[in-house]
Design a protein around this ligand. Structure first.
Ligand code: 5GP
Ligand code: ZN
Length: 113
């Protein structure tokens, strides 16, 4: 599997991990767009949210609840943060392994570009 995020999951590529359990990992984005910029990914390879099925329901719920815990750990829970899931070409997705961005420690504008 040549997917870079699968390589990060398998420790074939280094990353600065901030959280890990049996289903997911969270690590700092290599090109941060905010003072806090963490990626949360399932260990299971799903190319994007589009490939998720009924079978992944529990996994997706797990990711979102853990994102809130990770936000507490990163000290952005009270002041707020943004979760982004870029999907496909128009969504600006560049890595084809499902990932949730967590942005924090600065005000996030709306609408996004
Ligand atoms: P996307 O544009 O697909 O929503 O987000 C992909 C993100 O992955 C980008 O923010 C990019 O900086 C980050 N990224 C790409 N390659 C690596 C890598 O090898 N390590 C880490 N930590 N982040 C990466
Ligand atoms: Zn992958």
């Amino acid at each position: 599997m040549s997917c870079i995020f699968c390589k990060i999951v398998n420790n074939e590529l280094p990353s600065q991990k901030v959280y890990e359990d049996d289903k997911i990992i969270a690590f700092n984005d290599v090109h941060p767009e905010a003072p806090v910029h963490v990626l949360v990914i399932p260990k299971k390879h799903l190319a994007s949210i589009r490939e998720a099925t009924e079978e992944d329901k529990e996994l997706l719920g797990h990711i979102q609840l853990k994102i809130v815990e990770i936000a507490k750990q990163l000290k952005v829970y009270d002041e707020g943060f943004r979760i982004v899931v870029n999907t496909g070409d128009n969504g600006g997705q560049t890595v084809n392994h499902l990932h949730y961005h967590i942005f924090g420690k600065r005000f996030m504008k709306w609408p996004p570009g």
